[in-house]
Design a protein around this ligand. Structure first.
Ligand code: 5AD
Ligand code: FES
Length: 351
């Protein structure tokens, strides 16, 4: 006989709905056995759709200049201790080359909001990557831009766009960001990106200062409206040169439970087990995969800049080369019975 809790999980899986009460119970009160049941169900759903495959995304952190001043982020413009760098088009292409040799079929260009990379430069980079690697997907993660800019990048060949909404609640958004940034504009960007035709990723940090379970519930409601193709979640981890330096970090455990919930609510979504999760818990990425995640994003950035793209303290893999992380992650996945596959890993609706 299934317990009342188990029945609720099965109902969530079948109806793709969750109540605030159930969310609160899972994150804050559930027992070890109940958590195990939830993660098993999430893994079942993930395996039904993706098998025991894990998709790779090669992350290229091409600039840590940023015009924004988000209170949580280590590369915020007012952090004078950050040592700033930009990669040239050539350096970016050489990262892709290395990634292609390692079997990567997706390159994620991530950076701060750096005005140096105007639309012409971004489009030129996207075109050059697509020309050299026509079988690969290009994902951009470069922040809030105009509809026209997003349209231009898309026409240049960009396939996907990651823009975490950070929190769907406007008051909470205002606690995390300076006044010139608004949650409403960020959400509008995501709607624009979707309309243009990108595979779109939104997402949040878990455990940011002031975050409540009701906020996470609002995040889920926003995701249900947006229907993103990807959802990036990871624990908040304090950075020593930010206003949040003394704030406690988010919990890896809660992040893993939320991954499992998201897999049940959004069966086909691409769900990374993030580097932040791997930083908060030495086996966070493995636990994430075992809770329904199906993507990992190893770092392809050149080793001489890796320790400069520090959004939070203690980030893993800043001393490793691309090939080392690649081998490490393939071995780690194999150990838990999963296989890293060399495919683009599009959302099932795009494949
Ligand atoms: N801890 C964890 N994640 C962070 N990010 C930014 N700063 C931090 C931090 N201190 C996340 C944000 C951003 C993504 C690129 O990294 O969610 O969207
Ligand atoms: Fe970088 Fe394991 S993934 S060393």
């Amino acid at each position: 006989m299934a317990s009342a809790f188990e029945n609720k999980i099965l109902e969530m899986r079948d109806k793709h709905e969750i109540s605030l009460d159930l969310l609160t119970y899972i994150l804050k009160e559930s027992t070890e056995d109940e958590r195990k049941f939830l993660c098993e169900k999430a893994q079942e759903v993930s395996q039904k759709i993706f098998g025991k495959s894990v998709y790779l995304r090669g992350l290229i952190e091409f600039t840590n200049y940023c015009k924004n001043d988000c209170y949580y982020c280590g590369i915020r413009c007012s952090n004078k201790n950050a040592s700033r760098y930009r990669l040239s088009e050539e350096e970016i292409l050489s990262c892709c080359e290395k990634g292609a040799e390692l079997g990567f079929k997706t390159f994620v260009l991530q950076g701060g909001e750096d005005p140096y990379y105007n639309d012409d430069r971004i489009c030129a980079i996207v075109r050059a990557i697509k020309e050299a690697h026509p079988d690969c997907a290009v994902t951009l993660s470069i922040g809030e831009k105009s509809y026209e800019s997003y349209q231009r990048y898309f026409e240049a060949g960009a396939d996907r766009y990651l823009l975490r909404h950070e929190t769907a609640n406007e008051e909470h958004y205002a606690m995390l960001h300076p006044k010139n940034l608004s949650g409403a504009h960020r959400k509008q960007c995501l709607r624009d990106l979707k309309k243009i035709g990108y595979q779109v990723g939104c997402g949040i940090m878990l455990g940011t200062p002031g975050q409540t379970v009701a906020h996470i519930y609002e995040d889920i409601q926003f995701m249900q409206e947006l229907q993103p193709h990807m959802i990036g979640i990871g624990p908040f981890i304090a950075h020593k040169d930010t206003p949040f330096k003394d704030q406690p970090s988010g919990s890896a455990e809660e992040t893993i439970l939320l991954l499992a919930i998201l897999r049940l609510l959004f069966p086909k979504v691409l769900l990374p087990a993030t580097t932040a999760l791997g930083t908060a818990d030495a086996f966070g990425r493995e636990k994430g995969i075992l809770a329904g995640a199906n993507v990992i994003m190893p770092n392809l950035s050149p080793s001489n800049v890796r320790d400069k793209y520090l959004l939070y303290d203690g980030k893993i893999c800043t001393g490793e080369e691309a090939a080392e992380c690649n081998a490490c992650l393939r071995a780690r996945m194999k150990k838990i019975g999963y296989t890293v596959v060399d495919s683009r890993g599009d959302h099932p609706d795009f494949a």
